[in-house]
Write a protein that binds this ligand. Structure first.
Ligand SMILES: [Zn+2]
Length: 359
């Protein structure tokens, strides 16, 4: 993303006629094939890796050592969730891909789609093996064998030290005990914009950018941009009912995006930008329906509201560099031209409802 955005920044300063859409950045960068300065997008010096990793992680990820068999902390883990690269957070495997291989290391029969793992021929120790490394930071993961017992026939034999594990729905579970905490999933165009607004609303506990409503497990941003996954860009909002309400959250939603253009927000065009509310229960459905009915009845917009109200099924978190995007990239043209005006509109209309702690 960084390089794509640098590219966009250059293109932008050369011509003001460029159309600012979120996904188009990737497409235009593809055509011009930006050259990477290192083999992997995440590059750190050995000194920095040592600072950021534990001694054991460093030995395995950066020096390609192997942890002793049957000692890894994730070997017997059977919880639902995602396995990420311990070096850079790249999401590599899900619990559904893990199987018990009895070989002494966590084993998976496939990887999350999207080229997250690279293979390297490895002739060390007088053996011919296929090494697997993280495609983002080059961290050593383990080896790939074609003797797997499942339908794929593959066995990704991975060191526990190379991985971190994120339990599914960690946030939702942690908050289940408090009955004033609720979650809603909304699609209102580019998730960078929608996320930035809700980060500022008082009563919002957590906002995560991701994808919902499609048919591909754990899609990447790039896959969603290709419009083959059926997913919409969404934000998952965890909120405290004592400080805000679904009613207020949806009022903000209808203020900061145009609900009358189904598959388009400004220059962002396509199914992934559809206006949609994913409800989790009857109560949420009723609130959403009644607000939309009111907007239409009172002709708040020139054209009818086309926002879809559909039952929530599953949410997939977007890549880490898509989280909190606006606040990390405020100087980028897309942020200045597209996101900032939406934030300003929000700040004007909901000025008493902005979180007190400054960003
Ligand atoms: Zn990595």
């Amino acid at each position: 993303m960084k390089l794509f955005n640098i590219f966009l920044g250059l293109a932008f300063s050369l011509t003001l006629a460029i159309s600012l859409n979120a996904c188009g950045q990737n497409k235009s960068a593809d055509k011009n094939s930006v050259k990477l300065t290192s083999d992997f997008p995440v590059f750190k010096t050995n000194e920095d890796w040592k600072k950021d990793l534990s001694i054991e992680q460093y030995k395995v990820l950066r020096e390609k050592e192997t942890e002793r068999a049957f000692t890894g902390k994730l070997l017997y883990n059977k919880e639902k969730g995602v396995y990420k690269c311990a070096g850079c957070g790249n999401e590599l495997f899900t619990d559904e891909m893990k199987f018990d291989s009895h070989c002494g290391w966590p084993s998976f029969d496939k990887e999350i789609a999207g080229g997250k793992i690279k293979t390297i021929e490895d002739d060390s120790y007088g053996m011919h093996r296929t090494e697997i490394v993280c495609a983002k930071c080059g961290g050593h993961l383990g080896h790939l064998f074609d003797d797997g017992p499942t339908a794929t026939g593959m066995r990704y034999c991975v060191n526990s030290e190379s991985l971190t594990f994120q339990k599914e729905m960690a946030v939702a579970e942690a908050t289940k005990t408090k009955n004033n905490i609720d979650t809603i999933t909304l699609g209102g165009g580019c998730y960078w914009c929608v996320e930035a607004v809700y980060e500022m609303l008082d009563g919002v506990v957590n906002v995560t950018s991701g994808f919902s409503g499609g048919n591909v497990v754990n899609p990447t941003y790039r896959e969603v941009c290709m419009e083959t996954t059926g997913h919409a860009e969404v934000v998952q909002i965890v909120y405290d009912n004592k400080k805000t309400s679904l009613d207020e959250i949806l009022k903000v939603f209808f203020t900061v995006h145009d609900p009358t253009t189904l598959n388009r927000q400004g220059a962002d065009e396509g199914e992934q930008y559809r206006s949609v509310i994913f409800y989790r229960n009857n109560e949420q459905y009723k609130v959403a329906k009644s607000i939309i009915d009111d907007l239409n009845k009172n002709k708040v917009y020139e054209n009818p509201v086309v926002t879809q109200i559909v039952p929530f099924k599953v949410f997939y978190k977007a890549e880490d560099d898509h989280q909190n995007y606006y606040f990390q990239n405020q100087e980028k043209p897309y942020c200045k031209m597209v996101i900032q005006p939406k934030l300003e509109k929000f700040e004007k209309l909901f000025k008493d409802r902005i979180k007190k702690s400054d960003k």
